[in-house]
Structure formats: C-alpha cells, structure tokens
Design a protein around this ligand. Structure first.
Ligand SMILES: *[C@@H]1O[C@H](CO)[C@@H](O)[C@H](O)[C@H]1NC(C)=O
Ligand SMILES: *[C@@H]1O[C@H](CO)[C@@H](O)[C@H](O)[C@H]1NC(C)=O
Ligand SMILES: *[C@@H]1O[C@H](CO)[C@@H](O)[C@H](O)[C@H]1NC(C)=O
Ligand SMILES: *[C@@H]1O[C@H](CO)[C@@H](O)[C@H](O)[C@H]1NC(C)=O
Ligand SMILES: *[C@@H]1O[C@H](CO)[C@@H](O)[C@H](O)[C@H]1NC(C)=O
Length: 179
C-alpha cells in the first residue's frame, strides 16, 4: 500500500480520536427576543448551572396567534475568530414541511434530534400551543458535538431567526464553547 496514504489515514484517525477524547462542550449563553409581539413573546429563556456537570438551557415561547401553520426558521452557525464570523451552515427551512418529512435535511434533522426529547414540538403542524424547551442538558450536546459529529474547537453561536414571510419575528441565540 502507498505509505503516504497510510500515513494520511493514520493522521486523520488520530486527529479524530484526539477530538473525540478531549473535546468538551459548554453552553455559555442563551438569549431570545421577540420582535413582533402580536405574533408572540418569550416568557423566559435562560442557562442554568446546577453544578460542574449538570447545566441546561430552558425556554418558553407564548404565541399570540394560534394555530401556527406557516413558520420558517433561518439558522446560521457562527464561529469566533476576531468577532463572530459565519461558519459552515446558513439554512432557511420551513418548519411544517420539515416536521412532516424529517429526513428532508440531515443538518436540520441533527439539530432537531439534539433537542426533540426536551421540547414539545415533536409533532406535525399546526402548532397550537406554547413552544417549550425544557432543561436541555449540556451532556446531550456534548455527546452529539464531540462523538456523533465532531466539530473543531472554538466559540460558537447558533443564531436562529423565526420568519413569517420575510419578516423576522423572533430570535434565539445559543452560545457555546467547544474546548
Ligand atoms: C449535579 O446535579 C445533579 C442534579 O441535581 C446530580 O444528579 C448530580 O449528582 C450532581 N453532580 C455532581 C458532580 O455534584
Ligand atoms: C444567510 O443567507 C441569507 C440569504 O442568502 C443572507 O441574507 C444572510 O445574511 C446569511 N446569513 C449569514 C450569517 O451569513
Ligand atoms: C431521545 O430519547 C430516545 C428514547 O428514550 C432515545 O433513544 C434517544 O437516543 C434520545 N435522543 C437523544 C438525542 O438523546
Ligand atoms: C418524536 O417523533 C418521532 C416520530 O414520530 C418518534 O420516532 C420519536 O420517538 C419522538 N421522540 C420523542 C422524544 O417523543
Ligand atoms: C411584514 O412586516 C410588514 C411591516 O411591519 C407588514 O406590513 C407585513 O404585513 C408583514 N408581512 C407578513 C407576512 O407578516
């Protein structure tokens, strides 16, 4: 076999293993904001550190116009260099179409599956109730971001705009560090 090729495979394998063993994800902030109060408002969203290993984020959005049949979400991943810069993903998708066909986009599926056990939107449209994210623990994301889909180390921001037509009605931002 080609020595160079073997070396390359080893290099990637070891890098991969090193990331798997050493990486650790932490939430650093969770922010949310509603721009159109007639559409709905956040009751709360926060990050809580119970102790060194148990940290979670929770949030609750109260829609004022029910049911919700049409909602798009733009999510973009940002990574910090000198200031946050767009990084890899910038996807706008239709929430109801996705909930109907969850294999339509692997990236959104990954994000959805990462929190669906802790939210109440694991059903198809219409959404006719408050949207709740309840104690999404760091450990789940730690596992999924370092073992299922390894990411390079750094400070990240997942910024999600909720869109009605082209209007931004709400924003949720999750900050985290992979070290
Ligand atoms: C952290 O808090 C959780 C929930 O109260 C508890 O189950 C766990 O044992 C605690 N871990 C440590 C290291 O204290
Ligand atoms: C994502 O794409 C949209 C549409 O192309 C653009 O308006 C927006 O600025 C982009 N966001 C980021 C963070 O690059
Ligand atoms: C969600 O819960 C199911 C059933 O308990 C479990 O099999 C699955 O791995 C969980 N998903 C995540 C991302 O933790
Ligand atoms: C979410 O819904 C899917 C499809 O109906 C199901 O397979 C999965 O177990 C559900 N997960 C939870 C946490 O309820
Ligand atoms: C978007 O916002 C504008 C200005 O506030 C408003 O006139 C328009 O009806 C909104 N569009 C939708 C689809 O909500």
């Amino acid at each position: 076999m080609n020595i160079k090729f073997v070396f390359l495979v080893q290099f990637f394998l070891f890098t991969f293993l090193a990331i798997q063993i050493e990486s650790h994800f932490e939430f650093t902030n969770f922010i949310c904001e509603s721009f159109d109060k007639t559409f709905g408002e956040f009751e709360y969203c926060f990050l809580k550190s119970v102790n060194r290993t148990y940290k979670y984020i929770s949030g609750k959005f109260k829609p004022h116009r029910l049911p919700i049949n049409k909602l798009r979400v733009n999510f973009a991943l940002w990574k910090r260099y000198n200031g946050y810069k767009p990084f890899m993903y910038n996807i706008t998708f239709d929430v109801c179409s996705f909930l109907k066909n969850r294999n339509s986009n692997p990236v959104i599926k990954f994000i959805h599956d990462s929190h669906s056990n802790y939210s109440n939107i694991n059903h198809s449209c219409p959404l006719n109730h408050d949207v709740i994210l309840e104690k999404l623990p760091i450990e789940i994301l730690n596992h999924r971001l370092t073992k299922v889909l390894p990411f390079p180390e750094g400070d990240y921001l997942l910024r999600m705009y909720w869109l009605i037509g082209k209007n931004r009605t709400a924003l949720a931002e999750i900050y985290g560090t992979l070290s």
